[in-house]
Design a protein. Structure first.
Length: 385
């Protein structure tokens, strides 16, 4: 029995199966797994360990801090977001692979690499239409040619980010791909050797084979979640979010519940308070809209979600008691609430739902249905169960 107020369960067997099914879908293509933001809330180190065991080629993070957290695993780590000049010494020292998009940054990187007498690998991001970061695609070829001349820097890869690969209308995504292909072809004409080209995120992996090149970047698919695409790779969610009933009370018709008194009982109602709130990552937008599962039945959230507590109507459930388990995300009996459902109600995306589950919610890792590890993101402590 798991004795927690609120907790996340991460099924490592499902993670392995997801990775294997993604790999089976690809032929002679390297896999760069996105494990930034604590692996989308699933736990960066624990997820990366499993992916390493399964033969992943590299992992992608967003910052030097995230890279440092994973360095002991011995996997190539690509920092996909921009870094800063103050990050350069540790990037070179640890052998991290930064993304480079500025000449000035490249010059500082070259200088530090020479000082440490360590050649550094980099990836170059090209902005083909995302409008966020990266070298603008009309200037990318010249930029790559300039960086390629540097003695202490090796261009290991070039990549771009698709802006709307999950959209049914792929016209803009194919325009981005055309722009990227033009650069790839130009580099090959100039006999400039680049080890890896990567553009495909989870959505593109599902139905844009022409975007694979020799490396892809699954994120959402690893965790068993689908973008808005056909589901031709079999994956299943690896995360469940659980809580408990901490209080029970009957209220009369007309009584209100929670801040703002947005809910007023239409009849005598049994209200269960559960030990989860927006401080744990439960979206406040679920107020008076969302549901949870108790004893295999869906029950509605009533009133506004609070920082630490949320109320639900359990009038129609028999034998309810304090301490009973609550499924907030996950499957129980014949019922299932997915991160996608929570995201849809909250008018956001599943990435945000899983990534926002707070550090005070411990992660419990299971294999073969048995809890094997408890990790606190607050303390960083891991305890074998």
């Amino acid at each position: 029995m798991i004795e927690e107020r609120t907790w996340v369960v991460i099924n490592l067997d499902k993670l392995r199966n997801n990775f294997r099914n993604i790999k089976r879908h690809l032929i002679n293509v390297k896999i760069l797994g996105a494990v930034k933001a604590e692996a989308y809330g699933h736990g960066g180190i624990e997820v990366s360990k499993v992916l390493k065991e399964e033969g992943i080629d590299a992992v992608g993070v967003a910052s030097v801090e995230e890279a440092v957290n994973l360095k002991s695993l011995g996997i190539p780590i690509i920092i996909l977001s921009p870094t800063f000049s103050f990050d350069i010494p540790i990037i070179v020292d640890e052998g991290f692979i930064p993304t480079v998009t500025y000449t000035s940054f490249a010059n500082q990187l070259e200088k530090e690499a020479e000082r440490q007498q360590k050649r550094v690998k980099i990836h170059i991001e090209i902005d083909t239409g995302m409008g966020r970061t990266g070298v603008q695609y009309p200037e990318a070829l010249q930029f790559i040619c300039e960086i390629q001349k540097k003695k202490w820097i090796k261009i290991d890869g070039i990549f771009t980010h698709f802006a709307e690969a999950e959209s049914n209308d792929k016209s803009f995504t194919y325009l981005q791909l055309e722009r990227f292909n033009h650069i790839v072809n130009s580099l090959q004409e100039k006999a400039i050797s680049i080890s890896y080209y990567h553009t495909a995120n989870s959505a593109a992996i599902l139905n844009m084979k022409s975007s694979y090149f020799n490396m892809v970047r699954p994120g959402l698919l690893l965790y068993g979640l689908y973008p808005k695409e056909k589901k031709n790779v079999d994956v299943s969610p690896i995360m469940s979010l659980k809580s408990r009933i901490c209080y029970l009370k009957w209220i009369d018709k007309g009584d209100s519940v929670s801040y703002g008194r947005t809910y007023k009982a239409k009849k005598r109602t049994n209200v269960a308070t559960i030990s989860i709130g927006y401080g744990d990552g439960l979206p406040r937008t679920l107020s008076d809209k969302g549901e949870v599962i108790i004893k295999g039945k869906r029950v509605p959230i009533i009133g506004n979600v609070c920082m630490d507590l949320t109320m639900v109507d359990v009038t129609d459930i028999d034998g309810i008691k304090i301490g009973d388990e609550v499924t907030v995300i996950g499957k129980e009996g014949n019922e299932e609430i997915t991160a996608d459902e929570v995201a849809r109600i909250s008018k956001t995306i599943s990435y945000e739902i899983t990534s926002n589950i707070g550090p005070r919610v411990p992660r419990i890792y299971t294999e073969k249905g048995i809890p094997i590890l408890r990790k606190s993101l607050i303390s960083g402590n891991c305890v074998n169960i």
